[in-house]
Design a protein around this ligand. Structure first.
Ligand SMILES: *[C@@H]1O[C@H](CO)[C@@H](O)[C@H](O)[C@H]1NC(C)=O
Ligand SMILES: *[C@@H]1O[C@H](CO)[C@@H](O)[C@H](O)[C@H]1NC(C)=O
Ligand SMILES: *[C@@H]1O[C@H](CO)[C@@H](O)[C@H](O)[C@H]1NC(C)=O
Ligand SMILES: *[C@@H]1O[C@H](CO)[C@@H](O)[C@H](O)[C@H]1NC(C)=O
Ligand SMILES: *[C@@H]1O[C@H](CO)[C@@H](O)[C@H](O)[C@H]1NC(C)=O
Ligand SMILES: *[C@@H]1O[C@H](CO)[C@@H](O)[C@H](O)[C@H]1NC(C)=O
Ligand SMILES: *[C@@H]1O[C@H](CO)[C@@H](O)[C@H](O)[C@H]1NC(C)=O
Ligand SMILES: *[C@@H]1O[C@H](CO)[C@@H](O)[C@H](O)[C@H]1NC(C)=O
Ligand SMILES: [Cu+2]
Length: 551
């Protein structure tokens, strides 16, 4: 009994060690119009979905504690599609209905309709936002997010801003999803890799497409002697990025929205959805020019042999900016499809996990045939499929929290448990970047084999919102595992899914429901029901072709 009381006291006294978000009365307003357009970021002309005609979309920027108010207009025509935007990594405390996942917290925004998302910038650092409707974000519907806050754990002089890394496909997302979702289908190979939406392409590799050679690359400026902060984001569809800068090392200051005790490295590994903020000291002569490189991992991802390396040029203040750098690439080890060792990654603010969570759920991830012979991803033998018409948060708010007739909604209802441990086992020889909404989760352990119960520094484990679940070993049959744990301090329904677009499309997705009693007490804003009314009116006369899981 005594130890239980102690544990509770310890939790209460340690949780406030995290800096607390304050509301400061400032609102950042944005107006986003989503429409079709044609762009050629690497020279190959392609039809895409754009926000305010920009690629990548406009950067969202705020100070920690500000409110965002973002009005999204769905102007997608010829053909029409629903849409919705998700603000990756933000907790949405007290606004779980603005997390932006159709079928979970809202109905899709119907063509011709608008919705305003109002929520707090409740964490600080680097992130992105993207469509959560089908695989629209794999067609370019995304943009960076910067939330300014303290940088107590590391010093820098110059904020270089977002460095947005994204694999790139020359075929439109809808056609790719159709190819994924046929019997015998699989993830497509990416055609190129982009840094801040730019890279060149060898046009003779695409003879049947409109292609302009030398489309151009991104360029960055360094000041010799200064420390530069780079905000790395993997906003691609599938590929694991290996990021390096020739002749420079990097100091990691944050993984996702979580500041870490700084550590040095030559290469940053980023699964889809992950961000890493690094500090780079410009310690070469003032006329230097070097390459920044992002390679899609050849061992871990689905690439074509020729075009998985993106470069950008970095010019020091006295360099000739029309010159081409001649520096040599950093050599790194591409043999493991995993994030940095958990022994290396320690959050700056201590946030202990409990060794005895209130409930534990094991989940096996397999790629198998469903009853109608499609190869789909299964979580405990069940593939996910969304129902856009009945968002789970609305049902739970009405007191309906169990759906025996709809097992494909993959809902794990954790009731009023105060902490949850989820142990993922990966039966497939490819890594999955597992992303939880509404939380930064503690990563207790990860590896290949069977978890032996060892927790890596439990007093302050790595925490973030996406972590790579390692591949299984096809030779030994050992499974990849990831042990995630979180306090259920955010009443709502939250996706926990692989962030690879093609894997979510094929069902690698669950919903975790927490604090069901508190969900019933929410007063949902009018815009939630209005968006559903707009969607019902639209889908009532235009049959919506849900070609994939819907998310
Ligand atoms: C790209 O393709 C679209 C549609 O076919 C066309 O209207 C546009 O002119 C093309 N742009 C370029 C630069 O070729
Ligand atoms: C472009 O691709 C063609 C066809 O594969 C190849 O012959 C050529 O060497 C490539 N050019 C460059 C600059 O890589
Ligand atoms: C790919 O992984 C294998 C080991 O599985 C390793 O031998 C090889 O060097 C890796 N490839 C690269 C390019 O690092
Ligand atoms: C992680 O780091 C620890 C301590 O440095 C080391 O013993 C272990 O082998 C590393 N694990 C991997 C998978 O690299
Ligand atoms: C199998 O998966 C396909 C593709 O998602 C889907 O269309 C079909 O309805 C599924 N079959 C069953 C029995 O769930
Ligand atoms: C999934 O199916 C396999 C094979 O039928 C079975 O061994 C396993 O127990 C099932 N898992 C769950 C969680 O139902
Ligand atoms: C809960 O919602 C589902 C989906 O709309 C419905 O099928 C079911 O009848 C509802 N259950 C109750 C008790 O209302
Ligand atoms: C805790 O979660 C489990 C599912 O993992 C559920 O069966 C149980 O009812 C929950 N307990 C409470 C108190 O809500
Ligand atoms: Cu996956």
């Amino acid at each position: 009994m005594g130890s239980v009381v102690n544990a509770v006291v310890k939790l209460v006294s340690l949780v406030p060690a995290l800096p607390q978000t304050a509301t400061n009365g400032v609102t950042r307003n944005y107006d986003f119009t989503i429409a079709r357009g044609n762009i050629a970021p690497d020279g190959v002309n392609k039809s895409v979905l754009l926000i305010n005609n920009a690629f990548p979309g406009p950067t969202l920027e705020a100070n920690w504690g500000d409110m965002f108010s973002i009005t999204v207009h769905n102007a997608i025509a010829g053909p029409e599609e629903g849409t919705s935007l998700h603000w990756h990594g933000l907790l949405q405390h007290n606004t779980p209905w603005y997390d932006g996942v159709p079928s979970v917290q809202q109905c899709p925004i119907a063509p011709g309709e608008s919705m305003t998302y109002t929520f707090q910038a409740d964490l600080y650092g680097t992130s992105w936002y993207h469509s959560h409707y089908s695989a629209q974000y794999a067609g370019g519907l995304f943009g960076p997010m910067v939330i300014h806050g303290p940088s107590t754990n590391a010093d820098y002089d110059i904020d270089v801003g977002p460095v947005f890394l994204s694999d790139w496909y020359h075929t439109d997302y809808f056609t790719l999803v159709e190819e994924v979702m046929v019997p015998g289908g699989g993830a497509p190979l990416s055609d190129n890799n982009l840094i801040n939406g730019k890279m060149n392409y060898n046009c003779s590799l695409a003879p049947d497409q409109t292609c302009t050679p030398n489309a151009g690359i991104s360029k960055f400026q360094f000041q010799s002697g200064k420390k530069h902060r780079l905000r790395l984001i993997n906003g691609g569809a599938e590929g694991i990025q290996r990021f390096t800068i020739d002749d420079h090392t990097m100091t990691v200051m944050a993984n996702d929205f979580v500041p870490v005790q700084p550590y040095q490295t030559d290469v940053i590994t980023l699964g889809i959805g992950q961000r890493t903020d690094v500090i780079v000291e410009a310690n070469l002569p003032s006329d230097s020019a070097v390459w920044m490189r992002a390679d899609i991992s050849g061992n871990c991802s689905r690439i074509t042999a020729l075009s998985h390396q993106a470069v950008a040029a970095i010019y020091y203040e006295d360099a000739d900016t029309s010159s081409t750098p001649t520096t040599a690439a950093t050599v790194y080890d591409d043999s493991h499809c995993r994030n940095d060792n958990l022994t290396q990654t320690t959050p700056f603010y201590e946030f202990p996990s409990t060794p005895s969570p209130a409930t534990t759920q094991e989940i096996d991830i397999t790629f198998d045939f469903n009853e109608t012979n499609f190869k789909v991803w299964m979580m405990n033998n069940q593939s996910f499929r969304a129902n856009y018409d009945h968002p789970l948060l609305i049902l739970a708010n009405q007191g309906n929290t169990s759906y025996p007739d709809d097992p494909q909604w993959n809902v794990y209802n954790f009731g009023t448990n105060d902490s949850v441990r989820i142990i993922f086992y990966n039966h497939f020889p490819a890594a999955h970047p597992m992303h939880l909404h509404g939380h930064n989760f503690n990563i207790l352990a990860e590896g290949v084999g069977t978890w032996d119960g060892t927790i890596e520094h439990i007093e302050n484990t790595q925490r973030r919102d996406v972590q790579l679940l390692q591949p299984s070993n096809p030779t030994t049959g050992e499974l990849g595992y990831l042990v995630a744990q979180y306090y259920t301090d955010n009443p709502g329904v939250w996706p926990f899914h692989c962030h690879i677009a093609w894997h979510v499309s094929a069902g690698l997705y669950i919903n975790v429901m927490e604090q069901t009693d508190a969900i019933k007490d929410y007063d949902l804003p009018m815009s939630v029901s209005e968006t559903c009314r707009g969607w019902a009116a639209y889908s009532g006369h235009d049959v919506v072709d849900e070609i994939d899981s819907g998310l």
